[in-house]
Write a protein that binds this ligand. Structure first.
Ligand SMILES: NC(=O)c1ccc[n+]([C@@H]2O[C@H](COP(=O)([O-])OP(=O)(O)OC[C@H]3O[C@@H](n4cnc5c(N)ncnc54)[C@H](OP(=O)(O)O)[C@@H]3O)[C@@H](O)[C@H]2O)c1
Length: 325
């Protein structure tokens, strides 16, 4: 088969479409003939040599894919060859085939094409596990989503809205109209506006009950200022750096909690539990049309370098899908 390899870490040009050995499914894995994958920010770091795949994961980038089951391992009972699936992967999605744990596969939701389903697993699992399972967002709560135009952000806005939460988000002005259409109530241009003031104004001084943060250090102090009493800050990205002073007095006064999580490094049983919860709680919302994958564009997988350039530029809204030949 062919896959997007990274012979030497570097810029987008480091991605090379090359012939590689076919994967073999393990006893509890399914072999997927890949139709599509999608680009995640983490893939850019992996390509640059800054985020190596966890032990045992395929060497090629790609944290999610969709396609047809080609074969199953002897312990697999819930999938059959020919089934249309999408899967959460630890790597290897930028390829024509991948062996995925059966428990990390999901059916392609009714009403969604196999291609577009590739954009769902990483965002759905990340948002469900952090915003709902961990931070317990409830109806009428206020959620602050940083980077609302990202693959994660576009999904978080919709999922929170579908649960009756109020969504405040940050994004550059060019993305505001699209995010309003997805259900964001207040959209802050972080380049010209202070999001703490915007959150306080929007919530009558209450603050954000939950914050989904992708910036880390550069937003820590302001996130704590924007947090409500009993609020939960979940840091899933460090785009603004890793080290910042933490004012514990502010956290005490707010009885606040800070979580920092990573999906890719979780053990298989935790990923299986998240995927099962997503199938139960999120898939029906997609099938009913309340939530949709937001696809910015689709690019042939062999041209993954172009897709990485686009995501690096942050001009995209939602996901960039890679189509396997
Ligand atoms: N921990 C986990 O398990 C996990 C899992 C998945 C993703 N993530 C993280 O989640 C983040 C989003 O991932 P993705 O793949 O969806 O990324 P993406 O589509 O590449 O989006 C990155 C976003 O960052 C925004 N951004 C840049 N500077 C910003 C700032 N100062 N304030 C607010 N937003 C800013 C950009 O929006 P503008 O164009 O508006 O600047 C862009 O939409 C990444 O940091 C990724 O590492 C973590």
């Amino acid at each position: 088969m062919y896959a997007v390899t990274v012979p030497e870490p570097g810029g987008p040009e480091a991605l090379v479409w090359a012939e590689v050995p076919d994967p073999e499914p393990g006893p509890d894995e399914v072999l997927i003939d890949i139709v599509a994958s999608a680009v995640n920010r983490a893939d850019l770091l992996q390509r640059a040599g800054l985020y190596p795949p966890p032990p045992g994961a395929p060497a090629y980038p790609g944290l999610e894919c969709s396609g047809l089951v080609a074969a199953i391992g002897p312990l697999v009972t819930d999938w059959q060859p020919g089934d249309e699936v999408c899967a959460l992967l630890a790597g290897g999605g930028y390829a024509q085939r991948v062996a995925a744990p059966a428990a990390q596969c999901l059916p392609v939701p009714a009403g969604i094409s196999v291609e577009d389903a590739a954009a769902l697993p990483e965002a759905a699992c990340t948002v469900w596990s952090n915003v709902f399972d961990l931070a317990h967002l409830h109806a009428l709560d206020s959620l602050l989503v940083h980077g609302g135009g990202s693959g994660i952000g576009t999904f978080a806005i919709q999922l929170a809205g579908a649960h009756g939460a109020r969504v405040i988000t940050t994004a550059r002005a060019a993305k505001h109209a699209a995010l309003r259409e997805l259900g964001a109530e207040v959209i802050v241009d972080y380049t010209t506006e202070d999001f703490v003031t915007a959150v306080r104004t929007a919530t009558g001084g209450h603050g954000a009950d939950v914050i989904l943060d992708i910036m880390g250090a550069s937003y820590l102090e302001r996130n704590l200022d924007a947090l409500a009493i009993d609020g939960r800050l979940v840091v899933i990205g460090l785009q603004g750096g890793r080290a910042a002073p933490l004012d514990l007095a502010t956290l005490h006064a707010k009885r606040g909690a800070i979580f920092a999580t990573s999906l890719r490094s979780r053990p298989a049983d935790q990923k299986a539990a998240i995927v099962a919860a997503v199938r139960e709680h999120v898939w029906p919302l997609i099938e009913s049309g309340l939530i949709r994958p937001v696809i910015h564009t689709r690019v042939p997988m062999a041209q993954a370098a172009e897709a990485h350039q686009l995501v690096e530029s942050s001009e995209h809204i939602g996901k960039v899908v890679l189509l396997a030949p």
